[in-house]
Ligand binder design. Structure first.
Ligand code: PGA
Length: 248
């Protein structure tokens, strides 16, 4: 049985003080869960969040990083910087980064490799646009994105990568994919991983669903055969709502 992993993606929200306030309310609400809980926060809040989640079951992730180890990349953050403050996860290739910051399958792959080289676990986002879904291209797009993101990784690295299937039309829109559609898309991603890395890896890899997950739909999504939890944006900003999703 694969574990369930519920990750919050705060995007560009919350000051350090607001992050600390969130934890005070959130940690007691999720202390009895068997699910893995991750908060992916803005860079400046990470150190404080790591400190205040020590000894709890809440883990901390970043939302991006650069693929180079160091150098003249103004404004960027490296994997080793994240690792040095106790960050364990990093979201790579979120659709907002692909759309607004020109991330490509190639840079996503470079970042995934650098994350692993530094002992960070990547949460790699893949997903189709509405137009692509309507044209019947969704499966092709998401399996290609997955294959390119994981290209050149060892079996062990793939096992330590989380994939988040996030149909772009469902992100922040209130439109959630049906549990059948989401589960089928995730099955396709798992089949692709099976083709390249074998059944053992494919049946162990965590694949989340993301896109307007909330407490009212978490249970139906997370109790399907292939959806191993969620990447949660808007609904992860409120401690009680996010806790309800974790405890679905
Ligand atoms: P949403 O965002 O839950 O607000 O739709 C999900 C995401 O972008 O990861």
């Amino acid at each position: 049985m694969r574990r369930k992993v519920i990750a919050g993606n705060w995007k560009m929200n919350k000051t350090v003080d607001e992050a600390k306030e969130f934890l005070k309310e959130f940690i007691p609400l999720v202390e009895n869960t068997e699910n893995e809980v991750i908060i992916c926060a803005p860079f400046i809040a990470l150190k404080c969040l790591v400190k205040h989640t020590k000894g709890t079951n809440v883990k901390i992730g970043a939302q991006n990083m650069h693929w180079e180890e160091a150098g003249a990349y103004t404004g960027e953050i490296s994997a080793s910087m994240l690792k040095s403050i106790g960050v364990e996860y990093v979201i790579i290739g979120h659709s907002e980064r692909r759309q607004y910051f020109a991330e490509t399958d190639e840079t996503v792959n470079k970042k995934v490799k650098t994350a692993h080289a530094n002992g960070l676990k990547p949460i790699v986002c893949v997903g189709e646009t509405l137009e692509q879904r309507e044209q019947g291209l969704a499966d092709e797009i998401i399996t290609k994105q997955t294959k390119l993101a994981l290209d050149g990784l060892t079996n062990e690295q793939v096992e330590n990568t989380i994939i988040a299937y996030e149909p772009i039309w469902a992100i922040g829109t209130g439109k959630t994919a049906t549990k059948e559609d989401a589960n089928n898309s995730i099955k396709k991603i798992r089949e692709e991983i099976c083709k390249i890395y074998g059944q053992n890896v494919a049946s162990g890899v965590i694949i989340q669903y993301g896109g307007s997950v909330k407490s009212s739909n978490a249970k139906e999504l997370f109790t399907t055969s292939d959806i191993d939890g969620g990447l949660v944006g808007g609904a992860s900003l409120k401690p009680d709502e996010f806790a309800k999703i974790v405890n679905y």
